[in-house]
Every structure is written in structure tokens, then in C-alpha cells.
Write a protein of this length. Sequence first.
Length: 446
Amino acid sequence: MLAAMSASALSPRSQGAASARSSGDACPGSLRLHRADDGALARVRIPGGVLTVAQAEALHEAARRLGDGDVHLTSRGNAQLRGLAPDCGTELAQVLGDAGLLPSERHERVRNIVASPLSGLDDRELPDIRPWLTELDRLLCRSDRATGLSGRFLFALDDGRGDVDALGADVTLIASPADGGAVLRIGGHDTVLRLPATGATAPAAALVAAETFLEAARDSGAWRVKDLPDDVRAALPARIAQELSGTSPAELPRPSLAVAPPPGPVPAGPHGAVALSAGVPLGRLAPAQWQLLVGTARQCGGELRFTPWRGVVVPGAPADRVPELLAALGAAGLITGDASPWTGVGACIGRPGCAKSLADVRAEAGAAVGPPGRLPVYWSGCERRCGHPHGEWVDVVATADGGHRVTVVRDGGPHDPVTVPPGSSSLAAAVATARGSGRRATGDRA
């Protein structure tokens, strides 16, 4: 995400604060490329992170022929292609369009939908929200009003396990396994709207909520629900309820920790096949890794699912081939078990890809990688923190003097900041301590 963020943005919002649309929506897409220091960048929206083998092959072909060859995963389960020539837009659109990755040119940047990646795959016996995903994307691409949403506005579809509910989306649908219905959360509100017992109408309700937000944001110019003035944001759920029939308010606190699918085999669901879950170090898939994943999907259920934690799920693996397939993914450098030091480690692109970055944070993250901790850690090259996690996490930010600031983010704000001076050998230890305790890092108090 390209929205600017300062250190103070991690603090609780002040009364009446709002983020106005002071300029055009600069979020990149497949048709609007973003200029970066390593070439042009395209962000391909993949609702729910779901790709067919044919679509995955098309992404690989576009990256190989037009970009740096790698596929970069984002914190919304989308894909980015980097190192593109600035004049490749027409050819890129042709490749993606032929693969069905551009169903509507007018809506391609607003198809931001994350979904529980293990929905319908594991033994949790939770509702399969795939029909919601298909229907919401269809409705979104048919709505003229939805073209007014920014490329930052986010929908989340949660099957009841709370994983993507914790991501702080603007509109979240949460399945209610007990009655087959759903609840609708607006931004971070603990007050949710309970929808009628049939969940079939839930995607339409989510679109109504987004369109109502656009009306509420007209005067403030807010990009997202959290950017609305406090009084407008507080009144938004009631305003949406007026547009929906049969809803009733309920209290449902939002989970504080967004938990990714653990790497390794996923306990078999109702169909008996096993899903494979793999993490991608720093979200970057080299051509050989990508081809291996596509080949694995072709041998299994014919599908890949990107996760908002820069991981991949491959459904439909035959039980007797699981050890063999996981071993191959691990040998290729993917994360296939909790013991991997890369579990929970993320970073922005940093130098040399981003002109605003103050450091090569990917190299720094690799040098400081250690045993997995309780909290995820994210390395940022500047105060914008592009692509940072949600919930509780360890925030490592490069500072202008060549040092770093290590902070535990909890309850929406920073806690126990620690400064690590330039050249200090204590950086890895500070990060490890913060990840392990979630309370305080070691070093010099900021």
C-alpha cells in the first residue's frame, strides 16, 4: 500500500482527524503503472488471492517477458510485477486480459478483496466463503458507483475463524456458522450489523456498505473508513443499516492478531485432500520457485491461493504425496514449517528499488533473521511502512541517521520504542527480543 504513514500515524487518532484526497489516487494497478527506481511497477488485483494454473502461468510469462522475472506478493494477497519497461502497458494488459485477470478495466484497481485462505479446505467445519468471493467480485465489477472507491479501500471475507477479520478492512463479512448467516463489520467498529439468516445476500450488503461510505466521504474526501472524521465514522454503521433491510446491531470485538495459515500440510477437510501451505521469504518468488508452485498446483487441485501474509496455499494434494511435494517446496527455499527462521519476517522493497527508502532493509532483514518469534516483524525503509502487517507486530524502521527504531505495535499504537544506532551489533538482538516478548525490546530507549 502506498499511503503515506508517519510515526505519529501509529498513535490513536485525534478527534476529528481525517485524511483528505489532496491529490489523485496514486495506487498502481495493471493498467496504471507506477514508476520506481528499478523500473515500472504493476499491481495485479487477485480477489481472494485465487488463481487458476492458466492465470498463474500468464503472470509468470508477463514477469519473465516484461519485468524482472520475479512475482512479488503483497499484504492483500495480490501480485506485483517489477522492473517493467514504462511503455509495456498495452502488452501487459493483453496478457492479463487473455487470462481473465482484467474482467473490468474500470474496476481493476478497486477489486481489493481478501478472504480466509483455508476456507473450505481444512477440518474446521466452517462455511466455505468462495461463493461470497465470486459474487462480490461480480457485483463490484457491475457497479458504476464502485468505480469511485480508491485503490486502498479493502473488503474482507472471513469464514468465522477471525484471520482476515483482524486485518482492519473497510468492509468485512464474517460468516456465522451457527445460523448460516453473516455479520457485517465497518472499519474497526466492534458494533457489527447482523444480516438475515441466509448468507446469500451478504455480498450485496457489502457492496451497499461500500457505496454508502462513498456518500459519507463526499465532503471529507476520505480514502478509507478510518480516514473519515470521527463523528462521520461513528455514524456510518447506522447509516448503512438504514440502507439494508432485516439487519440488527450486535457486539463483536475485532481480533487483535491476524494469524496466518501455519506452513506445512493443512489438516484434510471434507473432501479428504490435503492443502499445502508455504510461506514466501519477503514475498518474492523467483522464476524457478514460481514454476515449481505452478507445477505443484497442476498436480493437485489446479489452483493457487495467495494469502495476505505473503504465502501460498495449494489445495487438493493427494495425501500420499504430501511429504514429497512439501520437501520439494522447502528445497526451493519456501517456508514449509514453523521452525524456519523466515516465518513471520516481512519487508518493503527498500533500496535500491524505492527512492524514498533509507536502507536496503531486505538485506538487513536477512542479516538479522533468527529463531521465529511470537510476533511477526516487518522492516521498513522509511516512515511510510508500505505493506506493513495489521494487529500486533514488531515495527523496524530505518532512520535518517543510518540507525533503526524497533517498536512493538499493539492495540493500534506503538509501545516500548527502542533506538538502535548506526552500525550497532545489537539490532538483531533487539528485534528478537521484541518478537519474543511482544512487550519490550532491548537497546537505548527512544
